[in-house]
Ligand binder design. Structure first.
Ligand SMILES: Cc1ncc(C[n+]2csc(CCOP(=O)(O)OP(=O)(O)O)c2C)c(N)n1
Ligand code: SF4
Ligand SMILES: [Mg+2]
Length: 351
């Protein structure tokens, strides 16, 4: 319960990262979600990823919409900036914040209802603009917070807890993100932290719009036979195309893998993602191939996970707009009011 304060004390032997922080420094308030909710496992993966990446918590801004998923930023990175916005509107708030201060790591946390229904337009534009962020949808196929209505990502033919059948075609947010121009697209499963943690790290190191769809079962309303977003279904139908390791730029890569089964992708900040190919025919730099692969496996009822697409030379919104390097609040009066000579030069350039 959030009214129960978490004890600040911790075991003196807890491991610390390069900043001298323990994992506990990356936690938040005690979760109020249902025990077993997939969203809590995603929070745990985020805590681990940011701790292991030695990210100073004050350099992170968490933004969310409305839903059980959108409540989760309260439960991790308690020492970071946070903004719980309105339903489906997180992307525009995040875009504004990113424009004002490009020095922070932006983490958008949303749900399938928040992003695929009321917020679908916002989802589309934040990805096509290439906002430098990690956008996570905690995808359970239902509106958990409002008691389990089908969401737009529920598969056609899947059954609700009360036995009703969903007759509508699903929106696959991964396919949509690819079509919209996201330069990093991945899918994870809340029940597979080993896969999710490196996906999060790679997304943080990526320069541009990084999207991760995380299948996250709702134990209260969508974890029964007939659901395609239950723990059992995803475990049985998970088709992982690759496994990855992430090395920050400062670490030398020492591991040795057999050639042919590994592919390295260097990220913007000099970090490296090493992909262990589980399917030899899968190439995460081939966008058209990725789209075809997703669709053919979706039709077979399989849930494709892993790093699905990455464009290492990606640009972001700031590159396109040629915005100033410094955060707006760090600009001086002289920067903001450059004087009449500068104005005359601008006017002359427009004549
Ligand atoms: C403008 C507006 N419309 C409707 C609602 C009611 N509402 C709250 S959360 C929610 C859906 C949340 O679903 P999802 O984003 O999938 O989150 P989950 O709870 O499943 O994690 C809805 C419809 C609202 N809060 N605001
Ligand atoms: S209702 Fe579902 S999504 Fe919400 S906390 Fe409970 S299990 Fe999680
Ligand atoms: Mg949901």
């Amino acid at each position: 319960m959030t009214y129960l304060a978490k004890p600040k004390l911790h075991h003196p032997g807890l491991p610390v990262n390069a900043l001298g922080h323990t994992r506990r420094d990356y936690e938040g308030a005690v979760s109020t979600l249902c025990a077993g909710c997939g969203h809590d496992s995603i929070s745990a993966a985020l805590i681990q990823a940011f701790f292991e990446m030695d990210v100073p918590p004050h350099r992170v801004a968490k933004l969310s919409g409305i839903g059980c998923s959108s409540k989760t930023p309260t439960y991790f990175l308690g020492n970071s900036h946070g903004f719980n916005s309105v339903h489906g509107r997180m992307p525009s708030v995040l875009t504004g914040a990113a424009l004002a201060n490009r020095d922070l790591i932006y983490l958008g946390v949303s749900g399938d209802g928040d992003s695929a229904s009321i917020g679908l337009g916002q989802f589309a534009h934040v990805l096509r603009r290439g906002v430098n962020m990690v956008y996570i949808v905690e995808n359970n196929g239902v509106y958990g917070l409002t008691k389990g209505q089908f969401s737009a990502t529920a598969d056609k033919g899947s059954k609700s807890k009360r036995g009703a059948t969903n007759n509508d075609e699903p929106i696959d947010l991964v396919q949509l993100a690819l079509a919209l121009g996201a330069s990093f697209v991945a899918r994870g499963f809340s029940g597979d932290k080993e896969q999710l943690v490196p996906l999060v790290k790679a997304a943080v190191a990526h320069h541009g719009a990084a999207f991760i769809d995380v299948i996250s079962p709702c134990v209260a309303f969508n974890n029964h036979p007939g659901s395609t977003k239950s723990y059992d279904y995803v475990r049985e139908h998970n088709d992982a195309v690759n496994r990855l390791d992430f090395w920050p730029s400062r670490d030398a890569i020492t591991a040795d893998y057999p050639p042919g089964s590994v592919r390295e992708v260097e990220l913007h900040d000099g970090g490296t993602v090493r992909l262990h190919k589980l399917h030899d025919d899968y190439d995460p730099s081939d966008k058209v191939g990725a789209m075809a692969y997703m669709e053919s496996h979706r039709l077979r009822g399989e849930v494709v996970t892993g790093l699905l697409y990455v464009r290492p030379d990606s640009e972001d919104m700031h590159d396109a707009l040629e915005t100033v390097e410094r955060p707006l609040n760090a600009l001086s009066d002289a920067d903001l009011v450059p004087g009449s000579a500068a104005l005359a030069a601008i006017n002359a350039s427009l004549r």
